[in-house]
Design a protein around this ligand. Structure first.
Ligand code: F6R
Length: 243
């Protein structure tokens, strides 16, 4: 695992966008795994600026969601499908056909989870998976004590994560769904390159446990230590508890 400390979130966004651009120059139809939440926004903004400036051709690029809420009505602005369309697909000018995601409104959620793992494999696997990290060390929505070998499946969010995410639902924790579909940790580890971005002091404990603690299901992100090509990009605040 390599750890890169950058001065701030904008610098982290630039650095990771640069890695995505390099990948797309080598492999124009690369499959990018995209996280949602606040952390990756500087990456998507930097990438969109490069695309607008003609710095990279994204006409063949494809994106895949990491996770999705279960039970939000189709088109809900906070469904991760809507978020990825708004923050990634539209600003980069990608075709919505180039977009893979699990069906959070499926009647048979288990079948939707299995179908998503198959779809990722049929698409050739994720080339670069961008990850954020929860204050409790989750990646995707693999909460603490998730199996490190897990595949895409339904999970229950902890109250802490629902409180953390209430800001996307007008501050009302009761509006945050209880259930999600998430790529499992084993599914995430299948990606060829994992890039985790963490910014802000609130992530400092989780980052220290991920990078310097033992590999343990209680800190799902520690599974990155098992991956042959994992990069952790942290700003100075998120790095503040590293030894
Ligand atoms: C979102 C996701 C989550 C977030 C994490 C951090 O797709 O998979 O693991 O990355 O909850 O969220 P932010 O970036 O909002 O602090």
């Amino acid at each position: 695992m390599e750890v890169v400390i950058v001065p701030d979130a904008a610098a982290g966004g630039e650095l990771i966008a640069g890695a995505v651009v390099d990948l797309l120059r080598r492999k124009p139809d690369a499959l990018l795994g995209v996280a949602t939440g606040s952390t990756p926004i500087p990456v998507y903004e930097a990438l969109a600026a490069t695309v607008r400036a003609g710095g990279v051709d994204v006409s063949q690029a494809r994106v895949a969601q990491l996770d999705e809420y279960v039970g939000l009505p189709a088109g809900h602005p906070e469904s991760y499908r809507s978020v990825v369309l708004r923050e990634v697909v539209e600003p980069l000018g990608l075709s919505p056909d180039a977009f893979l995601g699990p069906d959070g409104a499926a009647h048979d959620v288990q079948a939707a989870c299995e179908a998503y793992d198959k779809a990722l494999a049929w698409a050739g696997g994720v080339d670069l998976q961008l990850l954020g990290i929860g204050t409790d060390g989750h990646i995707g929505f693999n909460e603490p004590c998730s199996s490190l070998a897990s595949r895409t499946r339904i999970k229950t969010l902890t109250e802490r994560t629902r409180r953390d995410n209430a800001r996307f639902f007008g501050g009302d924790v009761d509006q945050v769904p209880h259930h999600v579909i998430t790529q499992g940790i084993g599914t995430i580890l299948d990606a060829r390159h994992l890039v985790l971005l963490a910014t802000g002091e609130g992530k400092a404990d989780a980052v220290a446990a991920t990078v310097e603690g033992p590999v343990a299901a209680i800190v799902p992100a520690s599974a990155l230590q098992l991956h042959p090509h994992a990069t952790v990009v942290v700003d100075e605040a998120a790095a503040s508890k590293l030894k």
